[in-house]
Design a protein around this ligand. Sequence first.
Ligand code: ZN
Ligand code: ZN
Length: 655
Amino acid sequence: MKKSRLLVSLIVFVLAGCTDSPEPVAKSSVEEPSEKAEILEPVELEVAEKVLDQNEAFDAFKQEFLMLLWELDPSRAVLAGYYKHDDQLLVPNGELRARKRGFYVNELLALKKFDANQLTKTNASDLAIIESELRARLWYIDEYRSFEWNPAQYNPAGAFGVILNTDYKPLPERLMVINRRLANVPDYYQAAIKTIKSPTLEHLDLALQQGAGVVNMFETLIPAKVNEADLSEQQQAELSTNLAGAVTATKGYLSWLKAKRAQLSELSSARNFRLGAELYEQKFKHDIESSYTAEGLYQRALTAKNKLHDDMIRITGEIWEKYFPETPRPAQDLVAVKMLIDKLSEKHIGRDQFVDEIKRQIPIIQQYVDENNLLDSDPSRPLVVRLTPEYQRGIAGASINAPGPYDATANTYYNVSPLDGYTDEQAESYLREYNHWILQILNIHEAVPGHYTQLMHANKSPSKIKSIFANGAMIEGWAVYSERMMLEEGYADDEPEMWLMYSKWNLRVVVNAILDYSVHVLGMQREQALDLLINEAFQQQTEAEGKWRRVTVSQVQLTSYFSGYSEIYAYREELKQLLGEAFDLKEFHNLFLSYGNAPVPVIKKLMTPELEQKKANLEVPLEQMLLRESAGKTGENSGEPGPKILIDQSEEVVD
Ligand code: ZN
Ligand code: ZN
């Protein structure tokens, strides 16, 4: 949950049509690596040198920008794997917000001296990403103001947990780091109490629920490590004083929240958790960075839902008799579809085969991608399927644990949780959900050519900026796009059963988007929401209830899968039109992924001119452009540990 918030809440946005947004990278000698400069004419040489200056200056800017950014956000820095200020817990008061605000405004002004036309592909998109990130952060402070209404955002436990459990320096040193952070916990909660004005009941309840985990961190988890470590008596005494202070402060905050809750319920004066049309549109713009408006995406989702239903009804008609030779098809279409889905779900592997089956499938899917020329793979960076490490287990599921850009040669892991802890009934229900067909789609999504392949490509042109401010809609959108692309390219031989199951799976993504907009903008009530999820998207009661809870405490995030997917898909179709015969699917995929985890509109803006140039039959082949970019990139590596990217950690698969 924490990690996905990092991925998603840091997402960036470029104001459409904004005058200082970057232009496409010009196609000329400017992208040549410097060693080729001697073959250029004198005038061009001058241009090339100037260009190099801009890129050098921009690299320096990025270094300093991140340094200052982490100084103002040491906890988020720790979560991203940057430990320079690990001992600081900043007090979230108005003064801190003012300092951050000033920094964002200054950096936006500083960005104006760079001309995207003169930057490399990597830098031009980094520029767009930083600008959007800064605009988003200003909007969060000035307009969104969740610090006044979301008590759950005051939760210091995450960074404490990372420091406690990550072996980046010896345990005694980490405990003294923790000790210094602990000293600020009382002030931290005092600032929270002063800042919270009108909380929603839903976020209040979330804060109370998560508060138990915070108390557990200070009361149990940290003391357990203190007992393990070799500390002096004085150090131990300091730690226990500060731990006691932190426990008291946390419990004080929770009592205050309970009293606030009672008072608000009595007066019926709590803030509505629904965001409303205006804030929702804005948040969608900043978090998702889409070419669509939120309202436009909602309309697309409605159309997509109807299309999926039509397909499912058609397939059900086609194969009904194969599965129900004796039973007449029910008159109600969606009831018939559900009956068939239930029947097909019986085809699944045994509970003790779950992990082995995933291991067996990955090479087969990879081979299909290679043999059908769908996109490049890299056998030197293999995917390792493993049991989810104990500390990451919780809910059964699957997730991808990919290396950051600066340890790009490290392994990528596909974590699979075994079904050991399940009763027979729970295991059966889980295996029916991840049945013969859905399990293959899950592997496509998580591994090949979904998350694993995408992040492997992203790491080929390492950009700290794109890694830290990774666009969740692009990352999830790609994985969802890759599912459909595989089926369209003949994986599973157009089997109707596979298309039916795929449609059910895809329906979840589509309905997430419909639900989010309907609840936050159109005022959809709980009963209607459950009806949508259960009767129109074929979800189980418990899954649907969990989704309702999630939509009351998050906004926009549920739309990211569908928005990224529909935009990538639409872009591909657009390029097919534009390029005609010259369109090549593999080239499209490789080039699209070469821009890293940037928002889809940023990729489109940089990529379309490259492809148009191809159509104009200029002499440089696309593959060579890719090579040039990686040869020309300037070293950003400052030796800091790169942020780790963790995708789908339990949340999505269970969602
Ligand atoms: Zn069964
Ligand atoms: Zn995913």
